[in-house]
Design a protein around this ligand. Structure first.
Ligand SMILES: Cc1cc2nc3c(=O)[nH]c(=O)nc-3n(C[C@H](O)[C@H](O)[C@H](O)COP(=O)(O)OP(=O)(O)OC[C@H]3O[C@@H](n4cnc5c(N)ncnc54)[C@H](O)[C@@H]3O)c2cc1C
Length: 549
């Protein structure tokens, strides 16, 4: 893998982009092709973002591979071959490097360069970013492509630094020798602890359980999981996929979350018990997110409908886990199915039938502290050789909050958003002119098959930046009214769902971060078609909601 060295490319550009994941690479390419001078700063030593950092065992996406790649280049679509329906991390990182080669984007990316601060100079209409090494670069336009799940979060547990064994955070997994996969850790004959049972924790647990001497799963709260049903793509299917890309992207374009799964228009409450059961069984047996995002239209918005799918999944868990007491511990009681991000699994529940796997229920016996030897709960101390933190991220706002961003009049973005984000289209915020947040909070791409929505975000922003150039406009900032209306609309979309009933990162809650105990919806739950339509309307009407000067 070509990994560029850090070289000083500080200077002044038309556009500075922070982050070289799927968003940053595509935004760079689009603007560069239109003649803008663009520079990307990336903390990692290579492209790929999520797929560069998350190299933990079992890491893969839950979007169908062929729906996850970029759609804008027929050449890339036809040349790349996904080997599985749901590709694993090394393959996705290979893919993103293949794209980086094709588009020749590395020459405009400075790697190993974490942006520490960004400051807007009102008089000069210029953003100046400062890297951790103190070097600076400026541009009138600053685009954050810093990712929704890119700020790894350690648990707020006493003694976390005292542990003496091997320890890994899933989002900072060390690199393997081939340049694409993660370091291979030998778990045989070792006592391994996994802290966290979200989407990442589930992937790690089912993988590590295969070889670990003993695996202790420390579960604070169970999540509702559903089978992924991954498989290899055979040559005939490969040909069919390549032939049908237009249809694949059409399905994504029209569906709520830009996935290959469309919600069924029926209510779960209007069909007979037999029909409902048969439909749930069918979805449970099918690959991917269909059970979540291709289910009856009201399972995420009507408590009674949600209770029905939750009861169905609970029954499946009881069938799959032999020990009824363990099965009960794995069934969430505090929220319904799909109201938090659904971890997709492969033999996850069966792992708890193995002799080498122990579920430690932290509701029964909370962790007192992490010790030099392992984890001490109120019940006992678990001595561990390897401790894996699957404790996730400071989601959605985290990467932005970790940059000291200062707008007009010295206002900090972090302060402005302290009690929740306020945005227009999840793209801009008042007081921070020319700062654009791809996949930012309140943005349609947050509850989405993200690359599909990244392309929409980037294309829309490219349209705006080009419009500004064509009309000799140098300054874009939403009106306070536009921001207030969008922020209100975002809250309304959440209130129409059951999302506010759960403690989740969708709601901005994180037990590991002080002050993040008040629910504020971070995503956009109006669906991608509605979001795209609104963005298009804003563009068609000459960006009236933005003060363009
Ligand atoms: C384990 C996992 C599984 C996922 N599975 C799916 C899935 O199935 N389907 C789906 O749609 N989405 C999935 N996602 C979400 C995934 O993040 C997005 O799909 C997508 O990768 C986001 O791309 P991005 O370019 O916007 O952000 P990222 O890929 O996160 O890239 C952001 C980049 O910005 C860089 N950066 C951040 N801060 C700074 C800074 N201060 N200075 C310099 N560089 C910085 C980071 O190093 C990173 O490289 C998953 C995420 C994870 C973590």
């Amino acid at each position: 893998m070509a990994e560029a060295n850090k070289q000083s490319q500080a200077g002044q550009f038309d556009v500075v982009i922070i982050g070289a994941g799927i968003s940053g690479m595509y935004q760079l390419y689009r603007l560069r092709e239109l003649g803008f001078s663009v520079q990307v700063y990336e903390a990692g030593t290579g492209v790929g973002g999520t797929w560069y950092w998350n190299r933990y065992p079992g890491c893969r996406f839950d979007s169908e591979s062929y729906s996850y790649g970029y759609s804008f280049s027929d050449e890339i679509l036809q040349e790349w071959e996904w080997s599985e329906h749901f590709a694993a991390q090394p393959e996705t990182l290979r893919y993103l490097n293949f794209v980086a080669d094709k588009l020749d984007v590395r020459k405009n990316i400075q790697f190993n360069s974490r942006v520490r601060s960004a400051r807007y100079d009102e008089a000069a209409n210029l953003w100046t970013i400062e890297l951790e090494d103190g070097s600076e670069a400026s541009a009138p336009i600053l685009v954050s492509a810093t990712g929704p799940l890119s700020a790894p979060q350690m648990p707020a547990i006493e003694g976390v630094d005292s542990y003496q064994g091997e320890a890994y955070h899933t989002g900072l997994w060390p690199h393997g020798e081939d340049g694409f996969s993660g370091k291979q850790v030998d778990y045989a004959n070792k006592r391994v602890g996994v802290l966290g049972t979200g989407a990442t924790g589930v992937q790690v647990i089912q993988e590590v359980a295969k070889t670990a001497g003993e695996l202790f799963v420390f579960q604070r709260r169970p999540n509702w999981c559903a089978p992924l049903h991954n498989s290899e793509i055979d040559p005939k299917t490969q040909t069919e996929i390549k032939r049908s890309y237009p249809e694949i992207f059409k399905i994504c374009h029209e569906s709520f979350g830009a996935f290959m799964h469309k919600m069924d228009e029926r209510s779960a409450l209007e069909v007979s018990d037999e029909d409902r059961e048969a439909f749930f069984e069918k979805l449970y047996a099918e690959p991917g997110f269909g059970i979540w995002l291709g289910n009856f239209s009201d399972i995420l918005s009507d408590q009674k409908a949600n209770d029905l799918i939750s009861e169905f999944i609970a029954r499946k868990i009881r069938e799959r886990v032999k020990d009824p007491a363990i099965a009960e511990k794995l069934i969430p009681k505090d929220h319904g199915f799909g109201i938090r991000r659904v971890p997709m699994e492969t033999h996850y529940y069966e792992a708890y039938n193995q002799d080498n796997v122990t579920l430690v229920d932290l509701q029964e016996s909370p962790i007192e502290r992490i010790t030099p030897a392992g984890i001490k709960t109120t019940d006992k101390e678990y001595e561990l050789d390897v401790l894996i933190y699957a404790t996730g991220f400071d989601a959605v706002m985290g990467a932005l909050n970790r940059i000291d961003i200062t707008g007009i009049g010295g206002q900090k973005l972090k302060d402005k958003w302290a009690s929740g984000p306020k945005t227009f289209l999840g793209m801009q915020t008042v007081g921070f002119p020319n700062l654009f947040t791809l996949v930012g909070p309140h943005n349609g791409s947050t509850f989405c098959n993200i690359p599909r929505c990244i392309e929409q975000n980037v294309d829309w922003l490219t349209g705006l930046i080009t419009y500004m150039r064509d009309h000799k406009l140098a300054h874009s900032e939403p009106s306070p009214d536009a921001e207030a209306q969008w922020t209100k609309h975002v809250a309304e979309t959440a209130e129409a769902t059951l999302f506010p009933t759960a403690n989740s990162w969708f709601m901005g809650l994180n037990d590991n971060i002080p002050g993040r105990d008040k629910p504020v919806f971070m995503l956009y739950a109006g669906g991608m078609p509605k979001y795209r339509e609104k963005c298009q309307e804003v563009a068609d009407k000459g960006y009236r909601e933005l003060n363009l000067e």
